[in-house]
Design a binder for this molecule. Structure first.
Ligand code: ADP
Ligand code: GLC
Length: 490
């Protein structure tokens, strides 16, 4: 069988992820995993992406060939099929007993976790280990395994427990999700639980896939330098701050990039095209956005939120200060779903102020593009944010980010403080602190800045010109990969 990979002579890395653009997405992890292969190819790395074959994914991928097979993977037959989409080589793990489900990748149609999520993603990680150990039928075998989040985190553990001499990198996209389960499921997870009680798996009496990965991987990285520093603090470590502090090597923070081909206001099919040099037609997107949400044009800013609705994202704080923002003439368009109570507060707000607040429930990729292209500001008041991509899309599309001073938000936005405004380099607005008061003050700054069009346009332009492509970060991953491999072979 011939290899479909286009990267002859390149170094080989296996990315292990539960979601990946353009095949399946619930959040930023998918954007990142979808963009990395092409970014890394330019640095001489042939990355293949191992992804579960959820319903619809195989069809979207098109032509594939079988490259791996098992008669019994965690209770049923499984194959891995290789295919290409865009610049990416995908290895689809087809295991219908685990992944052919109605609902999303993690939640059933009622929004509940599938009870066997630990086993579903343990199986994904197990296959990564087998591919690293034996290679695929086309002869491809990785020199490094790059696992993402808890869903991939058992791969480093399996590599160690099975004595496979292929090193691994674990990237934390969000430490809030840890893949916890009961120790009586260890055998079903194919984990050698000897010494469980004081071993790397144990987390307050439960099995933690993420902790196992942190302690088994050769290196650990996360998606911004600031979050890398925050992870060892109790406020951010979600109980794993102590573990993070004991790692032999510090967590490496590599900022996410964005895919500049997908996210380009000049060529984006979902919007009326415009650019930093020709910003005039941006107004058409603003009008379209207003109409879509039934909002009336006033003299204040139109802010947008595109987000999962969880306490992480600080949207409860926004709901709290919304009356003041609306009274000051601000408009708001919200797109998202998640926590029912948070959803309800925005639905209620839309009913109370229909001319100024609109809420679109659900997940809508094209609408999200229109929101970045039409809004004057994008609000990201997160309590913690490992990197955050919506502020980056906002920057690129001229929606001024208003962000919390945390994680990747703090690393990517230049706050419009007097020094930055004086130097003409500001790209956004930063809350002074993450609480309702901090958000209210930042929204009032938005109102004031928006009322000064010359300054506001300068801030928009600065953001649109900022470079958040993958080039720099892909270089950092390429260097890290090489370092891990050399350290492992020393
Ligand atoms: P997280 O991964 O924590 O959700 P990020 O900011 O890294 O946060 O990434 C969120 C991604 O999901 C962005 O690409 C954003 O545009 C997208 N997104 C979030 N909610 C929605 C939605 N309701 N509809 C469309 N896209 C959404
Ligand atoms: C996570 C984080 C987000 C980050 C994304 C991609 O979902 O919550 O901040 O941008 O992963 O790394």
């Amino acid at each position: 069988m011939t290899s479909i990979s286009g990267a002859g002579g390149a170094r080989r890395v296996l990315s292990v992820t539960s979601e990946c653009v353009p095949l399946i997405k619930t959040g930023g992890l998918a954007d990142v995993c979808g963009a990395l292969p092409w970014a890394l190819e330019r640095h001489g790395w042939d990355m293949r992406v191992l992804l579960p074959s959820y319903p619809g994914v195989a069809k979207a991928l098109g032509k594939t060939e079988e490259v791996w097979k098992s008669a019994d993977l965690f209770g049923g037959p499984a194959t891995v099929r290789i295919g290409r989409t865009g610049h990416m080589t995908v290895l689809l793990l087809d295991a219908p007993h685990l992944f052919a489900r109605d609902g999303g990748p993690y939640l059933d149609t009622l929004g509940q976790d599938y009870p066997d999520n630990p086993e579903r993603f343990a199986a994904l990680s197990w296959v990564a280990m087998e591919i690293a150990r034996d290679g695929l039928d086309d002869g491809w075998r990785p020199e490094l395994v790059h696992a993402h989040d808890w869903q991939g985190a058992l791969a480093p553990l399996y590599l160690r427990q099975q004595g496979v001499a292929v090193p691994s990198l674990l990237t934390i996209h969000n430490i809030a999700f840890q893949g916890l389960t009961q120790p009586d499921r260890l055998a079903g997870l194919k984990i050698d639980g000897e010494g469980f009680d004081d071993g790397p798996l144990e987390f307050y009496g439960k099995v933690s896939a993420l902790k196992a990965g942190l302690l088994s991987a050769d290196r650990v990285s996360t998606v911004s330098p600031r979050y890398a520093a925050e992870l060892s603090l109790p406020e951010f470590g979600m109980g794993l701050d102590g573990v993070i502090s004991t790692l032999n090597q510090p967590v490496v923070g590599i900022l996410n990039g964005i895919d500049l081909e997908v996210w380009d206001p000049e060529t984006d099919a979902a919007v009326t095209p415009y650019s930093a040099a020709r910003p005039a037609s941006r107004a058409k997107n603003r009008k379209a956005l207003q109409e879509r949400f039934g909002l009336e044009a006033g003299s204040g800013p139109l802010a947008a939120v595109v987000s999962r609705m969880t306490t992480q994202k600080g949207l409860d704080l926004l709901a709290e200060v919304l009356p003041g923002y609306v009274a000051a003439g601000g408009c708001l368009a919200v797109l998202g779903s998640g926590d029912k109570a948070i959803e309800k507060t925005f639905r209620d707000a839309a009913a109370r102020w229909p001319a100024q607040v609109g809420m679109a429930h659900g997940y809508d990729e094209p609408l999200s593009h229109l929101m970045y292209a039409g809004a004057d500001a994008i609000l990201v008041p997160s309590r913690f944010e490992p990197c955050g991509l919506t502020q980056l899309y906002g920057l690129r599309y001229g929606a001024v980010p208003l962000v919390a001073p945390t994680g990747g938000l703090a690393d990517t936005v230049i706050a419009a403080n007097p020094a930055a405004l004086g130097a003409g380099v500001a790209t956004g607005i930063m809350m002074s602190r993450v609480d309702a008061g901090g958000l209210y003050d930042a929204l009032m700054q938005l109102i004031t800045l928006y009322a000064a069009p010359t300054t506001f346009k300068q801030i928009q332009k600065n953001g649109m010109k900022a470079d958040f492509g993958w080039e720099r970060s892909a270089g950092a991953y390429a260097t890290l990969y090489s370092d891990i491999i050399s350290e492992a072979t020393e």
